[in-house]
Structure formats: C-alpha cells, structure tokens
Design a protein around this ligand. Structure first.
Ligand SMILES: *Cc1c(COP(=O)(O)O)cnc(C)c1O
Length: 406
C-alpha cells in the first residue's frame, strides 16, 4: 500500500479518478486501545462495521483478541488474520448450516439467541456433534429501548419476560447462560446503557439463574463533524460515557460478572477517510465518483454530518467565487440511476469545480462494508495515511447535512 503524510498529498500525487480510501492504522490502534483501556471487560470488535483484512490485522496487532461475527464470511476473515482470536457468534437468527460450521469447523462456543426455536436449532446441532452444552456460553439477546441513530431493537431481542424464560430453558439444557443486548448504533442518549442494565437486572432477578456473563453490545457514538450552522447535539465524550457506564455496572451489581462489549463504529470511524473526485459540476450540483451504492450509503450516513476537506486541483487555473464562502451542493453519485443522489447536500467552497477532490473524513464505519458492485462501480483503492484527519486546520466542508433549499 502506498503511504502518504495526508490525503491532499495522496490526491495530488495520484490524481485519482477512482475513489481512494485513506487508511490510518495508527489512528485505529489508538482508538481501539483507548476503548479497551476504558472498558472493564473483554472487547470484541464487531466485524460487520468494517471487515477489511487490513482493519482486522491492525486490531489484532493492537491487542484485540475477540471478534463479534455473524456469518461464515466473517468467521473466515477473522480466522485468516487472527487464527487464535476468539469469535462470538452474536447474530440471534442463524441458518442451521452456519451454526454447524461455526461449532464444528471454527470451534465457536459463544452464541446468541432470542427465541426458543433458535435454542432448539442450536441444541440439535450440539447433540449431533456431541458437544457438551456446558462448554457453550449462550447469550439471550434482550430487547432494549432507547434512542440511537439506528434503532435495532425492532428486529432482535426478547422481551424481558421472554428472556427470563429463555434463560431458564438454557440452564435446564445444560448450557452456560448469559445476557446480551445491543442498543443500536450511534446512541443519542447517554441514559441508554443504564436503562438496558436496569432491564438486564430485572431479568436476572426473575430468572434466578447464575449468569456466565453480560455482553453490552455496541452503539458507542463516534465523534463526527459538526455543522457550525446547526446546534450541536449535546453528547458526553466517550470518556465521560464510559466512566458513567462503569458506575452503572457497579450500581446494578454486574461488576462481578465477566463483561463483554462489541464496539464497531467508535473504534473504526476515524481510521478512514475517502478521497472522491468531482467528475462534473453543473451549477449547484456536483457529480462525484462515489455514491449511495458504494461508500456513501445513505441509510447509514443520512443522519450523520461527516467533516470534509476540499482539495482543489492545482491544474485548474481559473475559478469563480470566493474560496471562503461555503455553500450547499446537491451531490449526484456515480451510478446511472436517479436514486443515487444524496439526500443531503455537501457544503463546499463555492469555487469547487470539475476535477477537484473532496476528502470525506471519519468514514471507516459502515461505508466500505456496504459497498455494492451496482453498475460496475466498486471503489477498492487504498492508501496509507499518517496524519489524522482532524489534525491541523478545521475542515472547511461538511457532507450529509440536514436539508437543502432547492
Ligand atoms: C452492529 C453490531 C455491533 C456494533 O455496533 P456499533 O454501533 O458499530 O458499535 C455490536 N453488536 C452487535 C450485535 C451488532 O449487530
């Protein structure tokens, strides 16, 4: 991988027409070590957030020894770069053949369920493979309520009363039983974890079984850009959030249990930025070489303000407008369909034009992993970059903001 000090240097040296991901392994290692330093338990990185081999390898080098996986492809990706790492199979609804593969070939012994039929499915395979259920930790996924940018409890999780019953069932079948939850991604309310812990406590008391662990999932918010024209959402820093979480864990008396967290976004968001090129400007509209089917999948970035830096092409000698004036541009993506228009504008210097580049920061989470091959476009070029995106002058531009007056 070619290495540059920063994205501007990479853009000017490579003059890329295709999107380029700028990977910052040192930032990734710093962020994951910071998380591990603050969380009083095991950190299992959620592979779906960004499962690139370079990411898994850097995390493993940084000391991550556990990974939250959901599919055979994720098992293989982890095994390839970190053969000794522990895998936690935390998807509550699994194909029978995938469970068998996990247990038989990958020797996975930690698994999540949220329904009795999933326990029945698991038990058939455990018996067929002659595995001692006592060697397995089965976590009951508990439904949670709260505010996250991406709510996931609509899809997974047992109600507290149902979770009580599932825990009892697991213990009767001879499994070690634990509780897990996942509050959604990019939480927007600092009380979220406390509410989930309170619910887990209720379930534990009613179930009256010995728990083998508590897995508090992911959801920890990454710090993204902030549009100075909008009021900032007041969120505590990760340090404050974690300090509160440690207090809540003590208060609800979960501190004597083995704890697990499954951070994704907060670990990897800052580790990548993306250089895109303006293929054409038409008035207040720009056409770029990436879009919603590739790295800018709107379902995930729509509510997030990504900081961006403008990299003007020095080959363009004439420009109109004032480089200090930041204005909204409608952004059209690379594919030939009218869906591929970002629902939010990019705010850029009004001088932006055909041939210029834009570096979009903090794009490491749920961007590369959501790329598609639609229309034959699949950004897959990487460079290594040393300087963190946030270093130096404040980014002058922003991607994906609230609304745009047409
Ligand atoms: C997606 C996911 C995570 C990671 O969530 P982040 O918000 O990225 O931290 C953790 N656990 C489970 C079960 C998940 O599905």
């Amino acid at each position: 991988m070619q290495k540059f000090d920063n994205a501007r240097e990479a853009a000017l040296a490579l003059r890329p027409d295709q999107p380029v991901y700028c990977f910052r392994p040192e930032v990734l290692k710093e962020d994951v070590r910071a998380f591990m330093g603050m969380f009083p338990g095991k950190t299992a990185y959620a592979v779906k957030t960004n499962g690139e081999p370079i990411v898994l390898k850097a995390l493993s080098e940084a000391g991550v020894t556990a990974f939250d996986v959901a599919s055979p492809a994720e098992f293989a990706a982890v095994r390839d770069v970190a053969p000794d790492a522990e895998m936690l199979y935390m998807h509550p609804v699994k194909a029978q053949s995938d469970i068998r593969l996990a247990l038989e070939d990958y020797k996975i012994r930690i698994i999540a369920v949220d329904h009795e039929d999933e326990i029945a499915k698991l038990t058939r395979i455990v018996r067929a493979l002659d595995i001692d259920p006592g060697s397995m930790k089965v976590f009951v996924r508990l439904q949670t309520k709260g505010h996250a940018a991406y709510e996931l409890s609509k899809k997974f999780g047992a109600t507290p009363a149902h979770a009580v019953e599932l825990l009892g069932r697991l213990v009767r079948l001879g499994y070690q039983a634990g509780l897990c939850f996942h509050v959604g991604s990019q939480i927007e309310d600092p009380d979220t974890y406390e509410r989930a812990l309170a619910s887990a406590d209720w379930v534990r008391n009613r179930a009256g079984v010995k728990l083998c662990g508590l897995d508090i999932g992911g959801g920890f918010p990454a710090e993204y850009g902030h549009d100075p024209r909008r009021q900032a959402v007041e969120m505590p820093s990760l340090g404050q959030l974690m300090s509160r979480l440690r207090g809540d864990i003590k208060e609800w008396a979960f501190d004597d249990l083995p704890l697990v967290a499954e951070p994704g976004r907060v670990v990897v968001a800052r580790a990548f930025s993306l250089i895109v090129r303006v293929l054409l400007r038409k008035g207040r509209r720009i056409y770029i070489n990436d879009g919603i089917w590739a790295s800018l999948s709107d379902s995930w970035t729509g509510k997030i303000t990504l900081p961006a830096r403008f990299i003007p092409d020095p080959a363009r000698k004439t420009r109109s407008g004032n480089p200090e004036t930041i204005v909204p541009f409608r952004v059209c993506g690379a594919t030939c369909d009218s869906v591929d228009i970002l629902s939010r504008p990019f705010w850029l210097p009004e001088t932006v034009n055909t041939g210029d580049w834009i570096e979009i920061g903090h794009i490491g989470a749920y961007s590369l992993s959501l790329r598609t091959h639609f229309n034959g476009f699949y950004p897959d070029q990487f460079v290594e970059v040393v300087t963190p995106f946030g270093a130096g002058a404040e980014p002058e531009s922003f991607a994906s903001l609230e609304t745009m007056a047409d």
